[in-house]
Design a protein around this ligand. Structure first.
Ligand code: SF4
Length: 484
């Protein structure tokens, strides 16, 4: 399935390397799928939270299953904990993070012998529940596949779903009982319009993982949330306060974060889209390091990296720094409200180098509105100047206008223009700075899919039935009326 066919070691017994696996029995069984291999699933805090919360009720057990390394789920999958068949579950649930996860859900449902379309699965088939970050972008992207969509943040809806499953005599009663029962709950068969995305009250925040694993992408890190949402206004970002789905910034108190960290966790991953905007982030990192854990942050803003924070991060094992520039020149970054300047980047790199950090990885985009060749020259000059202090690499991807953002209606830059800019940047860097580009055509596909609404699910079904490679996707979206 093309980009979705990710390599993983999850064909072997990955749970053998996991700490915190929940093994229990209960009369009601939920199969919790992830449309990617184990190592990706185990690094998703949202997925971990669902697993933990659904296992908190005596009547319910929730076990996991994943896309295997073939990406097609060839064999009828069973859960990893006890091996019950997915078809025998009382509910099947998925967490979806990105556009490409839609085809993973289709693959997993088909591998279970189930129709991906909710309208074709009868009353006797377990309800399918879908939630995750993609629902904030547009819940319609997955609605044809789901009996229940959890739109937005799920902390209030998850216990309601779990308890309704334990109480309802059948699928119809289950779905009826959920209609309007918690913020963000959407039953597409009962309501045409999705609700607004739910936002969890700050009292319920501080999401934390159930497990950590040496096989996870975020190896041996116990994930815990320090912040949620964002107060900034980057015009390309779904999290921005300028979107019509804005997620307000909420900071979790330091004490609440500390109390959930297990003493035997080797490392702690502090999670949040704007984690360094936490007013007490330096103190939080310092206290965690003093307890003997490694610490990693999910994101670092260049203008928030202080001497104190860097010192604590280095003491917590930080060896390389990752920063987002998100625009190849000062004027482009200003035009999208990124709020990061050349001076911020230089200051961050100087602090990092002074504390012994030897590598920096920058993220940026090409194809922002108004971009010119000269912007590539400015980016190359900046990268070469930074590389005088430490080893620099740059990960570049095409700008993808996302629904709901201020730039939603801007057309994506055409692929020849993006390839030209990438080639130009590579030439300008001339081996002095390592460049890691993301395939522009898969970014183009993300752009198309993100704006397709429920037609995205039908396109994913057709693409999956033809192997899921790029050409199959291109035909499938054309058959859904999208200009290829
Ligand atoms: S790019 Fe980062 S800082 Fe900007 S709105 Fe999104 S999460 Fe916030």
């Amino acid at each position: 399935m093309g980009k979705g066919r990710r390599k993983a070691n999850d064909d072997s017994d990955v749970l053998a390397g996991e700490v915190g696996t929940i093994r229990r029995t209960a009369p009601i069984r939920i199969a919790l799928g992830y449309p990617a291999p184990y190592k990706v699933a185990a690094s998703s805090l949202g997925y971990q939270v669902v697993y933990r919360i659904w296992n908190e009720a005596p009547a319910v057990v929730c076990e996991r299953f994943f896309l295997d390394s073939t990406g097609r789920g060839k064999k009828a999958p069973v859960t990893r904990e006890s091996g019950f068949s997915i078809q025998s579950a009382h509910a099947i649930a998925f967490s979806v993070a990105s556009e490409m996860d839609i085809i993973g859900v289709v693959a997993l449902l088909e591998s279970c012998g189930l129709s991906p379309l909710s309208s074709k699965r009868g009353d006797g088939v377990a309800p399918v529940i879908i939630g995750g970050p993609l629902t904030i972008l547009d819940p319609r992207l997955v609605s044809p596949l789901a009996d229940v969509v959890v739109v937005g943040e799920g902390e209030e809806a998850l216990p309601v779903i779990r308890d309704a499953l334990a109480d309802a005599p059948d699928k119809r009663a289950f779905l009826t009982s959920l209609d309007g029962a918690a913020p963000g709950l959407w039953i597409p068969a009962l309501d045409d319009e999705p609700p607004l995305a739910a936002h969890t009250p700050v009292d319920l925040l501080g999401a934390f993982a159930a497990t950590w694993s040496k096989h996870a992408e975020l190896k041996d890190l116990f994930l815990i949330e320090a912040t949620r949402g964002c107060q900034r206004a980057c015009s390309f970002c779904v999290m921005s306060r300028r979107t019509d789905r804005a997620s307000p910034f909420r900071a979790v108190p330091v004490e609440r974060v500390l109390q959930h960290i297990p003493a035997n966790a080797p490392g702690v991953g502090l999670v949040g889209a704007a984690v360094t905007d936490h007013p007490d982030i330096a103190q939080m990192v310092d206290l965690i390091v003093r307890r003997g854990h490694r610490v990693s942050l999910s994101s670092i803003r260049a203008d928030r990296l202080t001497e104190q924070l860097t010192r604590s991060l280095v003491a917590g094992g930080l060896k390389s720094l990752t920063l987002a520039a998100d625009g190849s020149s000062e004027s482009l970054r200003r035009s999208v409200n990124k709020g990061i300047t050349k001076d911020h980047l230089f200051k961050a790199v100087t602090i990092a180098a002074a504390h012994g950090i030897r590598r920096i990885k920058l993220y940026s985009m090409v194809g922002l509105p108004g971009e010119q060749d000269e912007d590539m020259e400015e980016l190359a000059g900046l990268l070469k100047a930074l590389s005088a202090h430490l080893s620099v690499s740059i990960a570049v991807q095409a700008f993808v206008p996302k629904p709901g953002t201020p730039l939603a209606n801007v057309p994506m830059q055409d692929l020849p223009a993006i390839r030209h800019r990438l080639q130009m940047l590579r030439r300008l860097l001339a081996g002095k700075v390592r460049m890691i580009p993301t395939s522009p055509r898969w970014s183009w596909l993300d752009w198309k899919i993100a704006h397709m609404g429920e037609r995205a699910a039908y396109a994913a079904m057709e693409a999956h039935s033809h192997g899921g490679a790029f050409a199959a996707w291109k035909r499938a979206i054309a058959n859904q009326g999208e200009k290829p």
